[in-house]
Design a binder for this molecule. Sequence first.
Ligand code: MCA
Ligand code: AMP
Length: 494
Amino acid sequence: MPGDLYSRFAQSFEHFADRVLVEDDSRAWTYGEVARLAGRLASRLQALSVAAGERVLVQTDKRVETLILYLATIRCGAIYLPLNVDYTQAELDYFAMDATPVLAVCRDASVELFGRIGGGKLQVTTIAALFADLPEGEAPPVARAADDTAAILYTSGTTGKPKGAMLTQDNLVSNGETLIDLWRFTPEDRLIHALPIFHVHGLFVAVHCVVFSGASMVFLPKFDSGRVIQLMSASTVLMGVPTFYIRLLADPAFIRERAAHMRLFISGSAPLSADIHRAFEARCGHRVLERYGMTETGMLTSNPYDGERRAGYVGPPLPGVALRIADFEGGQVMPQGEVGIIEVKGRNVFKGYWRMPEKTAAEFRPDGYFITGDMGVIDADGYVQIVGREKDLIISGGLNVYPAEVEALLDDRADVAEAAVIGVPHPDLGEAVVAVVQPAGQFDPEAVREAMRRDLAAFKVPKAVLVMEALPRNTMGKIQKKQLRETYANLFTA
Ligand code: MCA
Ligand code: AMP
């Protein structure tokens, strides 16, 4: 039996043909129906020149049709490239020019915008057009090798342009298999799917756990605590970022009885505070299972299903994941119990950044370990604790914002002498993006926020732009971000 991703999907399509795979507010789709639609859509994609190794760029709303588009792209042997629906034209231009997709699928309202990319050379379509009068014939699945790329997900970085992480067929199959075992997924499970489907979390972790195990899921367009609470009585698992758990706790309708049918609450993508972990247990009796991962690596560690789910820890490495703590300079392994950079190796680790061999080489050690940029420590029981990040990164509501990108935009403005962008504690989002600006002449913070909205996805726009006559610097002249973070630590929590 071939080991590629579509073959793994096909196993479930066959075994669970009559069971429900996915539901939305309007109807349910069985595994068999989804498989047939994916086959027919693959015929249409092939007619649009989607072939093995070609990229299909997707920026659309979360719908069951988008899920089927993902499956059909993989069936064609092509590379799926999902993008955040929030990205602006400036951001999209870069992704499209870098990835050179054979086809872009966008919202109806964005057809014109996509049409302008690359001087009008990009082939653009919409979900509605793709699904209109689907051909009857199903294209046969195109076999792929374990090391062939199945998806490219862009991640930004502390310097330079965003990088397309190439995730292989085997990365995705092996990580999914590990997770369904560890988290005990069965065909009886029903997942509340409230995450976006353009990240590893919502697309691969959530969807693959469901499809690989023959379970089902309810697709919500976005997180809505009322809807999620309502669904709990007939569901078993919720996967979310910490903000989901913060919002559930903030909802008085979330009481113990509502969660009685649920068997598992999983959190990841950002740190879940020990306070929220404990408050959640006190409210509903469930201990959240926290896990840790990255776009480039999929899931890396997880608290155990049966053993102790420890608040403030992300658990031991997953089976098949080698994880070590190294010193900050050069990959020297640290003794157990000491803090250092987390480095990882395993079948789950990506094969490199799209068309960026130097950047790829810079993030791996010579012995093949990938440098995560997260700072951690392993305790005597083998549990990993994340204690910070070496990379200058803000995680807001589970979404990554690199200060360098926001600072560059501010520094380009005539009314800004210099800017520092920091993350400060936020009761809902965990961290919020804040800009501290040393103005050059007349300066209107609200006008600056408005202007930034044109160039930046909404989640990257600072929630506050603060003015300081002179930014704090050390003796070398470097801006003291630590001091700024301390100064504004209570901006949203006071
Ligand atoms: C929306 N906004 C945000 C965020 N989301 N601002 C900062 N951070 C965010 N995360 C903006 C909106 O555009 C809006 O802007 C304003 O904030 C208020 O939005 P709100 O209605 O509160 O937001 P929402 O639509 O309810 O979304 C919040 C959310 C969502 C539910 C937390 O962002 C979300 O689903 N996050 C999950 C992201 C995720 O899947 N991450 C996984 C990637 P304005 O008012 O100005 O218009 S990491 C990953 O995949 C790795 C591998 C891993 O380990 O999992
Ligand atoms: P991304 O590149 O969007 O995949 O984000 C990956 C980053 O999210 C990791 O490098 C961590 O910094 C962070 N992350 C993911 N899960 C957790 C977690 N459970 N606790 C703390 N940080 C996390």
